[in-house]
Design a protein around this ligand. Structure first.
Ligand SMILES: N[C@@H](CCC(=O)N[C@@H](CS)C(=O)NCC(=O)O)C(=O)O
Length: 248
């Protein structure tokens, strides 16, 4: 039986794990849930509230996206490793941890901050999931969205703080690339590039990521400005090019 990947389909951390597994040729079954419902499922399996979680038969659940990338390196069928050996690997790991800690939460808050007025969002939160979840009333989607807005502290002050973090992170990436290198850690695609691109996906909406956003209308005014801005930055364009070249 292949491992199961428990996800929120459109979560950027889940996209990171999914990308790593697909790229490595690791077979898995995805089990997507709406936010909050995902937390209950994740707690039951891995005693952690977040997804992605990789449930490997006979082993403990992997509850961190980076551990899932390492699993992909160890169990893949020939793709070059995402974490190189030695000093290069340490640089990659440091960058991945930084993106996880700073970029991911900032992008999430800013994306929900923009999308919360998207009329289809409550329904989309429920759409990617098992049939019983899709049959829940739209009011459940609205309640989940309200809980997200409260839980993530999507307030003007919170959004301003995340904006500052995001601008710093995008600037740091642009400055790394300024010497003409092809990828964040040199001339090879690594976990740092994959993590950066996946965690930026809600800001630039590459077509390969849009497959997991339930048909979200990206021309709606709630998201249009965000995309225009993200796609106009050096780092945003870099994320799009990584998707073009490396997202299977
Ligand atoms: N450090 C975790 C972060 C994952 C994460 O924040 N997942 C979010 C979805 S984007 C989540 O499951 N949130 C639900 C919750 O915190 O209850 C990882 O890299 O896997």
């Amino acid at each position: 039986m292949p491992p199961q990947l428990v996800t929120i389909a459109f979560s950027h951390y889940c996209e990171k794990a999914r990308w790593g597994l697909v790229r490595a040729g690791v077979a898995f079954d995805e089990r997507p849930y709406a936010p909050l419902i995902s937390s209950a499922v994740a707690w039951r399996h891995g005693r952690s509230r977040t997804v992605p979680q990789l449930l490997v038969p006979g082993g403990p659940a992997l509850t961190e996206s980076t551990d899932i990338l390492r699993y992909a390196d160890a169990h893949g069928t020939g793709a070059p490793p995402l974490f190189p050996d030695g000093a290069a690997g340490a640089d990659v790991a440091e960058l991945v941890a930084r993106f996880d800690r700073k970029l991911g939460p900032a992008v999430r808050r800013i994306a929900y901050g923009a999308l919360r007025t998207h009329p289809a969002l409550p329904r989309l939160l429920l759409a990617a999931g098992p049939a019983w979840q899709q049959r829940l009333p739209a009011a459940t989607g609205k309640a989940i969205l309200a809980a997200i807005v409260r839980g993530l502290r999507i307030t003007p002050a919170g959004l301003a703080r995340s904006r500052t973090v995001l601008d710093e992170e995008l600037a740091a990436v642009a400055s790394r690339l300024a010497d003409g290198r092809r990828y964040l850690c040199g001339e090879t695609f690594t976990a740092a590039d994959l993590t950066f691109a996946a965690l930026c996906a809600p800001l630039v909406m590459p077509p390969a990521y849009q497959r997991f956003t339930g048909g979200l209308d990206v021309t709606h005014p709630s998201i249009r400005g965000l995309l225009d801005e993200g796609r106009a930055t050096t780092a945003g364009l870099f994320a799009l090019s990584l998707y073009d070249q490396h997202r299977p």
